[in-house]
Design a protein around this ligand. Structure first.
Ligand SMILES: Nc1ncnc2c1ncn2[C@@H]1O[C@H](COP(=O)(O)OP(=O)(O)OP(=O)(O)O)[C@@H](O)[C@H]1O
Length: 400
């Protein structure tokens, strides 16, 4: 065994690919050689899939690392990081419909800290060109990353990031393409801690129902299913939810006295990709709710053959409503995706989650962060019933 090789047990808690992604990102930044064993032991087909291998290879290139054992199905890899490259252009292809957004998950922490040689070259971003799936299940749909995760990230942690969807890629063919531009931090600069314990009034619900290689009615059906469910929920909860600025009959009646109680604007667009612009057919919907103080929460669903589009829209709405009703400042997906950044940020972060226990993904991300960094996490259930994540971050930065 190589000296000082830290072993990470990939079967802990969630036992999925996120352990691999978070471990390798942190190992690269902190210059720690690691071996990850029992990779994805918690999944029905354990070991590396094409998308995980692609992510490892991408990070190995950015971090000039030595990577061994990264073959399809492998349950153990070694990663010995070298010097993190300067900002540049990187391309990665999952080959399958594997999620490009999970490639963002593994690479983003490194891209933030690709310290330019001098402050004058700081305007140069790194550009990731990622090929594969864009709207799959069990991973963020690219529109979720675009409209929920990145707005949160930019607001709280600081660095500017731009995501462009060039082409959608659906299961099983993939073939999508996205570009991510990340402007790295300056030498010595640190991520800010997050302090998010209040959630104000719900003001808007946006959404996008997308489809390709299928008639537009599929997108319209998903949108209508979501609108119907959200308005039913709004009516029950004393919210006047106006669809695209037009008050529905029930809302108009409720507000007939001239006084509009808790108005919420809803705008769910339908986008049908042009013929031939995607490799295969597919559909999905992503919804996001914005609150007065900038809190954003999402809900999504992917269309499937034989599934009524309005049911797909309804299940995205159910997911969004579940998140809103839980009363936290982040939804269940953003919850685990911010842990690595809380660990790297400077000072105390605190984020209020819902009244439901933290997700297993979140507990796993905390476990990984504690294995590889000095960050200290504390998870508490408040008197209100909400779970709050507290973290004393490490204030990581790169020297010039
Ligand atoms: N519907 C969703 N919306 C947003 N993010 C999601 C959604 N589903 C899963 N995610 C995120 O995707 C990541 C999946 O991590 P996981 O460990 O399950 O990956 P994996 O094992 O590589 O996945 P798979 O077994 O599908 O290959 C987590 O960060 C989770 O929050």
């Amino acid at each position: 065994m190589s000296p000082h090789l830290q072993i990470i047990n990939g079967s802990i808690l969630e036992g999925g690919g996120q352990i691999l992604r978070n471990s390798v990102s942190l190992a690269a930044l902190l210059q720690k050689p690691i071996r990850i064993e029992n990779i994805r032991a918690g999944r029905s087909q354990p070991g590396l899939k094409s998308q995980h291998r692609t992510g490892l290879d991408l990070v190995a290139r950015i971090a000039s690392a030595q990577l061994t054992g990264a073959t399809n199905g492998s349950t153990s890899v070694e990663f010995k990081p070298g010097r993190i490259e300067l900002p540049g252009s990187w391309k990665a292809d999952t080959v399958t419909a594997g999620a490009t957004t999970l490639l963002i998950q593994i690479a983003l922490p490194l891209l933030l800290f690709q310290t330019p040689k001098s402050a004058s070259s700081s305007s140069r971003p790194s550009v990731l060109s990622l090929l594969g799936g864009t709207n799959a299940e069990q991973a963020p749909q690219v529109d979720y990353t675009q409209h929920v995760f990145l707005p949160f990230f930019r607001k709280h942690f600081l660095p500017p990031i731009k995501l462009e969807i060039k082409k959608r890629g659906y299961y099983p063919k993939g073939g999508g393409e996205i570009n991510l531009c990340v402007w790295p931090l300056l030498p010595g600069q640190k991520l800010r801690a997050v302090n998010l314990v209040e959630r104000n009034r719900l003001v808007t619900i946006h959404g996008l129902a997308h489809c390709a290689g299928l008639p537009r009615v599929v997108g319209e059906g998903m949108s209508q299913g979501a609108v119907k469910r959200i308005q039913e929920w709004g009516n029950k909860n004393g919210l006047s939810i106006a669809d695209n600025g037009v008050a529905p009959a029930a809302v108009a009646a409720a507000t007939a006295g001239g006084e509009t109680k808790n108005p919420v604007l809803m705008d769910i667009n339908v986008k049908r990709e042009t013929n031939g612009s995607t490799k295969g057919a597919g559909s999905g919907i992503v919804l996001w709710a914005e609150f007065e103080n900038g809190v954003v929460m999402g809900g999504s669903a992917v269309g499937k053959k034989g599934l009524d589009p309005s049911q797909v829209g309804k299940s995205a709405a159910e997911e969004l409503i579940k998140g809103i009703e839980a009363g936290g400042c982040v939804d269940e997906w953003t919850q685990d995706q911010i842990i690595i950044f809380m660990a790297l940020a400077e000072g105390k972060s605190q984020v209020r989650c819902g009244t439901k226990d933290l997700t297993l993904h979140t507990r796993t991300a905390i476990w990984v962060a504690e294995q590889l960094t000095e960050a200290k996490f504390e998870v508490k259930q408040e008197d209100s019933g909400h779970w709050t994540i507290h973290c004393e971050g490490t204030g990581f930065s790169m020297s010039g």
